[in-house]
Design a binder for this molecule. Structure first.
Ligand code: ADP
Ligand code: MG
Length: 556
């Protein structure tokens, strides 16, 4: 049932930080999202036209409003989220996302607003607010609320002129909706821009949210964190909960914006908490790189004042030091148990030497002279032109590294939460069942699910390289071919070595090409990639001379 609305008294109004709430279209979206979440929505659809001043529409399936409450909702300083008499004490205890009771009114001040809502009655309510004129009518709508904001800042030229252009303003909105989607992975979000869906999330937890906001590859390379701990507070001990998702340190970005922090399910731009998350990654990140992470911090009840910043971005945290320390420690723990300490970067970088084999480097006298089609490195080697396939060469290097990393020991694993379904041919499914022990020793936790579907609860992740469905299929193929000398472990490692390897089209500097050749020279089998294809092709000067009808290979 929808709580009914109360007018705040003047003292409370004064106590609440003032300030103009609606500075740009993204602020409208933020306020409407807060309200939708406060209304208990499990589905929120956002649609934006242009830079957002044209039209913003936020639709939710929350509890909705009764007609009288809806009429009151667009008035200034009405809120259903505090009772007037208890307002003073309740200010720090309020659990909803905002309670200043001025957001809708402020939006109505600078735009045309249509609010369609139904709290479960047979007939819903439509409010049209234009220039202070409120028109009320019946509306057919299921339970929930839709707010459509048009002509934002139409009569405020100074505001609209200060906006940054459609791409930048929509970019802010998109970042903001992503912040919410990751802060509340239990809610289904969708975002459309000019009629095209930008992203959607399923409401099925943080990994799905990461997949929606970023992509499947990133979602795979991440660990879910769910952590409860006691912290020291001014009033004794209190419990702090932390949940979210952390991409492995191998996934990096150039700016800290991909570190998203929420407090009590509300995104905040809190530099201290963000710093704590980054510090949790500790030395796992190279100097100027930042991780991708989204965490929601739930500090002990009563220790958050959500209203210190008028745009509600910075939080007032009592016991801030204890909270930040706990966040940093929890992030560090989660990353180390996920065995993500050894990073993909370590597995693919060209600087770290391999344990060199006991022979001289076959490429010691090479000179890199160029590259062809950004795939073939051209090198002079005495009388010969050596052509190196950079992808095959890098695969070989990665493969030998992975092999060294998993030798003898069990292969490090990454847990998939929730387990992933992988469809395979029926024969492969029964093979997986029959060879469950072998798969287990390779790091796969696989169960046959029927209908050619496998449920995969864990995958091998040596050196932070997380196996995917293709790696599982490659492993099953090689188990199927068991008469041949194809070792499933080799097949798996070859597959894992492939993905982080240089591709055709990756331009290499001469220095990087030289490093690649040095690493290749350290390999036990430098002349073939792990799939058995050559890495190097030699062209003798005599071959060229013959091609040019030269009798001798010397100038003359
Ligand atoms: P506040 O959120 O600070 O209370 P707002 O101006 O944002 O103030 O909203 C005023 C009131 O309108 C809210 O307290 C709430 O009762 C109601 N309201 C606004 N949006 C919604 C929504 N999407 N679903 C249900 N109720 C809503
Ligand atoms: Mg609000």
């Amino acid at each position: 049932m929808a709580p009914s609305l109360t007018r705040l008294d003047d003292a409370t109004v004064a106590q609440i930080a003032a300030g103009e709430v609606i500075s740009r279209p993204a602020r409208v979206v933020g306020e409407l999202l807060d309200n939708a979440l406060d209304a208990g929505a499990s589905r929120i659809a956002v649609a934006v036209d242009g830079d957002g001043t044209d039209r913003i529409r936020v639709e939710d399936d929350g509890h909705g409003l009764a007609r009288a409450d809806a009429e009151l909702a667009v008035e200034r300083h009405t809120t259903s989220k505090l009772s007037a008499d208890a307002a003073g004490d309740a200010l720090t205890a309020v659990s909803t996302l905002g309670f200043r009771g001025e957001a809708l009114a402020a939006i109505c001040d600078c735009a045309t607003v249509e609010l369609v809502t139904n709290n479960g009655d047979a007939v819903g309510t439509k409010l049209h607010v234009d220039d202070g004129e409120v028109t009320v009518s019946d509306a057919a709508r299921g339970q929930g609320t839709t707010v459509i904001v048009t002509d934002l800042f139409a009569d405020r030229p100074a505001r609209s002129e200060s906006l940054a252009g459609p791409a930048a303003e929509f970019g802010r909105i998109s970042d903001l909706v992503a912040d919410y989607a990751l802060a509340r992975p239990d809610v289904r979000f969708s975002l459309r821009h000019d009629g095209t869906t930008t992203f959607t999330t399923t409401g099925n937890g943080p990994r799905d949210a990461l997949l929606g906001v970023y992509d499947a590859d990133l979602a795979r390379q991440a660990t879910v964190i769910e952590h409860g701990t006691d912290i020291d507070t001014a009033e004794g001990t209190g419990s702090l909960d932390l949940r979210g998702i952390l991409a492995y340190p191998s996934v990096t970005r150039m700016s800290r914006e991909h570190v998203r922090v929420a407090v009590d399910g509300r995104p905040v731009a809190d530099s201290g908490l963000r710093r704590a998350v980054i510090d949790g990654y500790d030395s796992l990140l190279a100097g100027d790189q930042y991780p991708v992470a989204a965490i929601d911090v739930r500090p002990p009840a009563g220790s958050v004042d959500p209203n210190v910043h008028p745009a509600k971005q910075q939080v007032g945290l009592r016991d801030r030091d204890a909270v930040e320390t706990a966040v940093e420690a929890a992030v560090g723990d989660a990353l180390s148990t996920a065995d993500a300490r050894r990073t993909e970067a370590a597995a693919t970088d060209l600087t770290t030497k391999l344990d060199a084999v006991d022979r001289s480097d076959p490429f010691a006298d090479l000179r890199v002279i160029g590259s062809f089609r950004k795939l073939y490195l051209l090198c002079e080697d005495g009388d010969e032109l050596l052509v190196v396939d950079q992808h095959a060469a890098h695969e070989r290097v990665n493969y030998e590294r992975l092999r060294a990393a998993v030798d003898d020991e069990s292969i490090p694993q990454a847990t998939l939460e929730p387990p992933e379904s992988v469809s395979v041919p029926p024969a492969a499914a029964s093979l997986a069942d029959a060879h469950a022990d072998l798969l287990d020793s390779l790091g796969f936790a696989v169960e046959e699910f029927g209908g050619g579907t496998l449920r995969v609860a864990a995958v091998p992740a040596p050196l932070g390289r997380v196996a995917d469905a293709d790696a599982l299929r490659a492993t099953l193929d090689s188990i199927a071919a068991d008469q041949q000398p194809a070792d499933p472990r080799d097949a798996l490692l070859a597959e894992l070595a492939c993905h982080p390897s240089l591709k055709a089209g990756d331009a290499l500097s001469t220095a990087a090409a030289e490093k690649l050749l040095a690493r290749l020279g350290e390999c036990e089998q430098p002349f073939a990639c792990p799939h058995g294809r050559p890495t190097v092709c030699r062209i003798n000067e005599a071959t060229l001379a013959a091609g040019f009808d030269r009798g001798s290979t010397r100038l003359g």
